[in-house]
Design a binder for this molecule. Sequence first.
Ligand code: NAD
Length: 431
Amino acid sequence: MSSIAPNTHTLPSYLPAHELGPWGTYLQQVDRVTPYLGSLSRWVETLKRPKRILIVDIPIQMDNGTIAHFEGYRVQHNTSRGPGKGGVRFHQDVTLSEVMALSAWMSVKNAGVNLPFGGAKGGIRVDPRQLSRGELERITRRYTSEIGVIIGPTKDIPAPDVNTDERVMAWMMDTYSMNEGSTATGVVTGKPIALGGSLGRREATGRGVFTVGIEAAQRIGLDITGARLAVQGFGNVGAVSAQLFVEAGAHLVAVQDHTDTLYNPAGLDVAALQAHVKAHGGVAGFTGAERITPAQFWEVDCDILIPAALEQQITEENAPKIRAKLIIEGANGPTTPQADDILAERHILVVPDVIANAGGVTVSYFEWVQDFSSFFWSEDEINARLVKVMRDAFSHIWQTAQIHKVSLRTATFIVACTRILQSRELRGLYP
Ligand code: NAD
């Protein structure tokens, strides 16, 4: 009889323990869910190892004639339930650990809202603000070509994330299609409408944040009318979330982005702030509020806090000072496990990223379906379907949390990891 290797967790050699970063956060989240997986826990190592990692060199010619090399990644964490799905991030601090964690959170998110996708994520270690339009196009096209061996409409479907938008998706779709010799609209989502994009996709993540936020607020007896809102990150997710909450009667009292932190207890004018950000690239210089320090942002007197920028923002340092009753994670991975525990002790309800920001990938799924059938739905139809998916998923996760007396994050992991590992078990191991 052959010996069976012990089913213990060992770290991959390509990611030393001291460089675990966000992947370490994810591993701790998996450890927390393992006791709830019953007999499926024998498959849990599947969740702790990405299925496939591709690291690519991206050489491009800069406008000044020099050749620059950038590092790019595409990680497919799990494809048991369907093709990989997840965004592409352009940021100077992108690391393998970050992309691995983001790809795993996509697996959990997609399974949590029951989309027929696995999880994947990509990124380039570059500050796109330092690139000209031509350089940005060249880096996007070369990256797409390099990862072209593992992406495709039925293999892995990228989408926008931090610092990538529909223009970048158009270049990615075109590059992949040129290499394939036929137009493949379904290879990316978040495309321009004219290229097979979906109505409602741009606002979808913020709309999802708002939808689950309303559901959570109702359950803790928090009235949205007059509620005070603080938002970190005023990009796609933060700005749309803020706008929808303000339309529902809330006041945006504080906002922070990479340029500045602003406070106005009477409420900032969201439309004017959006126009300012569009014109100036950030909230800095907006006159309808006073400036506060970045640290003060976390101490602002508010009812709802939406982190919608980067990961690991709510930490054991600032979690004890947060005054919100409800935190809705627009960003991926904004709360460390230590901060999670502090917030739970303080009875602050956290709606975790893996459900709160799933609106984007849900409408990405609708976009992918529409591209396959070449039949496009109305915006009302898309928004109605999105709201139903988000409400149903939230309700299921809320019930799971009540049954097991766990946080919404662990409940989402219970629902999602059970679905992923059931698929894993049903498919069996090859060979
Ligand atoms: P974006 O590029 O449109 O906006 C990012 C925002 O974060 C900007 O306002 C930027 O100024 C701010 N920011 C960057 N660094 C910061 C810092 N150090 N401190 C404070 N603010 C900072 O990106 P986005 O698409 O809105 O994504 C925001 C978050 O939401 C990310 O974590 C992303 O992974 C997540 N997310 C996005 C989508 C989507 O559909 N766009 C879907 C799911 C999750």
